[in-house]
Design a binder for this molecule. Sequence first.
Ligand SMILES: *Cc1c(COP(=O)(O)O)cnc(C)c1O
Length: 420
Amino acid sequence: MKDETICLHAGYDPEDGGPGVMPIVQSTTYRFKSTEHIGDLFNMPTECMYSRFANPTVDAVEKKIAELEGGVAALCTTSGQSASLFSILNLCSAGDSFISTSTIYGGTVNLFAVTLKKFGIECIFVDSEATEEELQAAVKPNTKAVFGETLANPALSVFDIEKFAKFAHKNNIPLIVDNTFATPILCKPIEYGADIVVHSTSKYMDGHALQIGGVIVDSGNFDWTNGKFPEFTEPDESYHGIVYTESFGNMAYAVKARMQLMRDIGAYPAANSAFLLNLGLETLAVRMDRYCENAMKVAEYFEKSDKILSVAYPGLPGDKYHELAKKYLPKGTSGVISIRIKGGKAAAVRFMDALELASKEVHVADIRTCVLHPATATHRQLTDEQLIACGVDPGMIRVSVGLENVDDIIADLDKALACV
Ligand SMILES: *Cc1c(COP(=O)(O)O)cnc(C)c1O
């Protein structure tokens, strides 16, 4: 099936006379007729038996997202942050390291550089434009994964997925890609060699700014038996000796994340959240089309304005990442644009405060147009060096173009720019 159809039909197959829409299964537990049945479930721990790690409503959404990304299984989480955290913890223990490009979401930089460090896991940051030799120099014997972001928030650089997949696979380690801004509608990283895909579903997937969520998708393609990942190939004593690769084949990564991390930590969404996420997913393909169309017009408007120093939008032919965008994001480069206004921070604040339609909020990829000043908001915990490394200029404004009529959006921007 094509994306539009998957968005509407995948994940839930109503029984004869059953509800047409996946219902909200609002229950912590599931009742079984026999003790033996419950015992059996512990041999097949992907079944719903307790809503800390599995629930039918969430399961339907997981199947839909896995299909959209072209993966074999997915695991929903309560936030994008917990999806990124689990994606690493499923591979790295204290004493391990992993590599990440520095052009990633500020919250992820913090998670990787500060919090995971306290867990004894080292993140080695590399430049996304590093040469093969430079990348290879960052690899240590304990390096377990490579991480990057398809369309970086907020730098809007395009990640060269194939280059990094080749590098990761040469070192027998998987590539994890945060595909939040692109969504599987604009780019499917697994087709270019990514092994694991993560998302903040709080953004375009939910689409309506209703609830925070995340998801991890397992491509099923990585060979965990290559000797570098004994946790996948040796008995898990915390799970009566299960060997993940033997019992779960190409779903080993997804099942292990659920049965070790979700079982022990429990960052699993409520059924009601999954229901709302599903509503967003149903229209994702249609919405992404319009976001791209509107944002392209707004980017062209900014490019012509003499109040603007620079516009970052990979869809624009003059953009630094346009060639990579043509390859990885041929249908469009989402609704997010980064601009730098002449006059720096003070002008940025004046412009933002003059907006009436576009809202000032700590969000992005909303259905409504919104703006944010990363250096004083989402990225304020980063040092100046870290800001520059992840592509955030102190005068940068992130404009998230919504689904209002584009003429109204531009009129609002135009009136506000006139105040600068
Ligand atoms: C927002 C975001 C996250 C974090 O997701 P939350 O749902 O806010 O926890 C991770 N990666 C990217 C690219 C994001 O935009």
